[in-house]
Design a protein around this ligand. Structure first.
Ligand SMILES: NC(=O)c1ccc[n+]([C@@H]2O[C@H](COP(=O)([O-])OP(=O)(O)OC[C@H]3O[C@@H](n4cnc5c(N)ncnc54)[C@H](O)[C@@H]3O)[C@@H](O)[C@H]2O)c1
Length: 254
């Protein structure tokens, strides 16, 4: 089988970096795309010289288009796209949220996922492929102070299902994962700022701990691999049981 080319956005750190490592370990050539180019270049070099670092701001249409074009031009094709790049919410009460912040969060998650997926589907025409979008438990349930982030992640679920139905005939599968709390910089900032108490949060999670980014990457690889050949339009919770747990307890935890 031809070597698969996978493009992972937000690959300089956290979940995206774990995915890039997992996809490379599975034999893919990986294009690591991120705003933080120096870090991305170091990450790609760590994986080896058949992998590629791409400078990209997925919230900018021209940059997202160029990201897909550069991947295809340098690595020869595109089989897998993972729309992982993301930013957290301001975590301000909704009455204090400003529209510019709200718009920026939607642009990164929704515009980024839309444009990159559209361009990837063009590149996959005639051959098929897999697209994986990164949603969140915040897109499936109501969490306070996540008006923009929750709307963006719920929108990603809707977009996933729409594109899955539209592109199934072209052999392009589109799925999403909804991680719970993962041990990355994004969540560390919330602990440091005192927005979430780690001990109380871990007691709210049935498995009793945060996810390791590598555990999210395993689910991502499954959904993009031939093992998931009959899975499309699905949203897989990878949250340690967080969304299954009916007793939400103290809502301020979330
Ligand atoms: N960490 C969690 O608990 C958690 C839970 C659910 C969902 N998620 C989602 O997983 C994804 C990755 O989160 P993470 O925790 O690894 O975050 P992270 O902050 O550790 O890493 C995110 C990466 O995305 C990059 N990025 C941000 N904006 C970008 C843009 N406009 N264009 C290109 N790259 C950009 C950053 O530079 C960074 O390298 C995000 O979509 C996030 O919303 C995270």
């Amino acid at each position: 089988m031809q070597t698969q080319v996978a493009l992972v956005t937000g690959a300089a750190d956290g979940i995206g970096w774990a995915m890039a490592r997992r996809f490379a370990a599975a034999g893919c050539c990986v294009a690591l795309a991120d705003l933080d180019h120096d870090r991305t270049a170091a990450r790609a070099a760590e994986l080896g010289d058949r992998h590629l670092a791409v400078r990209a701001d997925v919230a900018d249409e021209a940059s997202a288009i160029a990201m897909v074009e550069e991947t295809v031009a340098r690595l020869g094709r595109l089989d897998i796209l993972v729309n992982n790049a993301g930013i957290g919410d301001s975590h301000k009460p909704t009455l204090e949220q400003d529209l510019a912040t709200f718009d920026r969060i939607l642009r990164v998650h929704l515009d980024g996922t839309f444009v990159a997926s559209r361009e990837a589907a063009r590149a996959m025409a005639g051959q098929g492929g897999a697209i994986l979008n990164v949603s969140s438990i915040a897109g499936l349930t109501g969490l306070p102070r996540r008006n923009a982030y929750g709307a963006a992640k719920a929108g990603i679920v809707a977009m996933t299902k729409s594109m899955a139905c539209e592109w199934a005939g072209a052999g392009i599968r589109v799925n999403a994962i909804a991680p719970g709390y993962v041990g990355t910089a994004l969540v560390a900032k919330l602990f440091e700022a005192g927005r979430i108490d780690r001990g109380r949060l871990e007691r709210r999670i049935p498995l009793g701990r945060l996810a390791d980014p590598a555990e999210i990457a395993e689910a991502a690889w499954f959904l993009c691999s031939p093992s998931a050949s009959y899975v499309t339009g699905a949203v897989l919770s990878v949250d340690g049981g967080w969304s299954a747990y009916g007793d939400a307890g103290d809502a301020s935890l979330a």
